[in-house]
Ligand binder design. Structure first.
Ligand code: 5GP
Length: 196
């Protein structure tokens, strides 16, 4: 029988540099990773493309997919009627074919996925401190004061709930964070091989 792939779940507060770390890890990973594209009901931002950054669903489409059990997990991430969900079609057939799949989802979604896939490799990317995160968010210059405060309170929420992640990377320096992440993947590959 084909060996199953593994799930890698990446989370961390907004502003921590998660997507930058993710994109480099996708290139440099010691095993090829398929990035799972989530569905969301929020509108596209900037250059985001349907099917690449997200599947942009209407509320009806999203709820219909949910009724048909099309999600591994789904959440109203900011509690404001905006939904995000991990599609089964982005995960199950790929794992069955032996591929490793990376999800980038929030802490609550991660808890749901871990309940279904206990061997998922969970990685939380943390800022050196909340003060550093605040400085990074403010220096972007694109956020209103209220938006920065919202993101910080969400960051605190996520960090308080991140104790169950298997790995924690503090993103002080991008190169070091990427190296640590790739090292984690290599270790997990070796452990998997030993257990065969
Ligand atoms: P954004 O709207 O900035 O792209 O993402 C906001 C948050 O939603 C991020 O913390 C991201 O990790 C989370 N997110 C993205 N896709 C999913 C998903 O499929 N499920 C869950 N639970 N969270 C998601």
């Amino acid at each position: 029988m084909n060996k199953l792939g593994r799930l890698i779940i990446l989370s961390g507060p907004s502003g921590v540099g998660k997507s930058t770390v993710r994109d480099i890890v996708l290139e440099k990973s010691p095993v090829p990773l398929k990035l799972s594209v989530s569905a969301t009901t929020r509108p596209p931002r900037g250059k985001e493309r349907h099917g690449v950054d997200y599947y942009f669903f209407s509320d009806e489409q999203f709820q219909e997919t949910r009724r048909q059990n099309g999600f591994v997990e789904c959440k109203e991430v900011f509690g404001r009627n905006v939904w995000y969900g991990t599609l089964r079609s982005e995960v199950e057939s790929h794992l069955a074919a032996g591929q490793w799949v990376m999800l980038e989802i929030d802490v609550d979604g991660t808890a749901d996925v871990v309940a279904q896939y206990p061997d998922a490799i969970t990685v939380f990317i943390a800022p050196p401190s909340l003060e550093v995160l605040e400085n990074r968010l403010r220096s972007r210059g694109t956020e209103t004061d209220e938006a920065v405060r919202n993101r910080l309170s969400r960051a605190q929420y996520e960090m308080e709930r991140s104790g169950f992640y298997r790995y924690r990377i503090v993103n002080e320096d991008l190169d070091t964070a990427v190296k640590e992440f790739c090292h984690i993947i290599s270790q997990e590959v070796l452990t998997g091989e030993k257990n065969d």
